[in-house]
Write a protein that binds this ligand. Structure first.
Ligand code: FES
Length: 157
């Protein structure tokens, strides 16, 4: 009888000891998780706005080429190569080059642009912006999508 009572008390002690140990362990893990999250830098990694568009000979004379990854048009006309942002100035839909019509159109509300980005018709608020474009040291065509240009910018080829 005495042995049973002792065994039960030990079991109860072990039970509470395990509960206590588990509580301390869970609290410690939660504290470490919070400390790790607090000490980790809150950085938003965004892709670079500078894109390599390859060699200029990819863009034949008198052509308009859409680059879906960069969302830009590369236009090759008599003055050289230039880049336009392909995002409509109305509500930011991605526009489409229609070679049969010779215009850039917006599928959302019907805005149309000339191949130099100037607006023809529709609710668009302005022309498609020109982007900075240049040749890298390796001869690749580079475009900076981060900021539109106030003027025009050609790469002679
Ligand atoms: S988003 Fe292009 S016309 Fe409205």
């Amino acid at each position: 009888m005495t042995d049973d009572v002792t065994t039960k008390e030990l079991d109860r002690r072990q039970f509470f000891l395990r509960i206590g140990t588990s509580s301390v362990a869970i609290t410690g893990l939660a504290a470490w998780a919070l400390a790790y999250k607090f000490l980790s830098p809150s950085v938003l990694y965004e892709p670079s706005p500078i894109t390599n568009l390859g060699k200029p000979d990819r863009y034949p004379a008198d052509s308009v080429t859409f680059d879906p990854e960069a969302a830009v048009y590369i236009v090759h006309d008599a003055q050289g190569l230039y880049a336009l942002r392909a995002i409509c100035t109305h509500l930011a839909c991605v526009t489409t080059w229609k070679p049969e019509l010779g215009v850039i159109t917006c599928p959302c509300h019907g805005s149309q642009y000339r191949r130099d980005g100037s607006k023809i018709t529709g609710p668009a608020t302005g022309p498609l912006p020109w982007l900075e474009i240049w040749l890298s040291d390796e001869g690749d065509l580079m475009v900076d999508r981060s900021s539109p240009l106030a003027g025009k910018n050609f790469v002679k080829v």
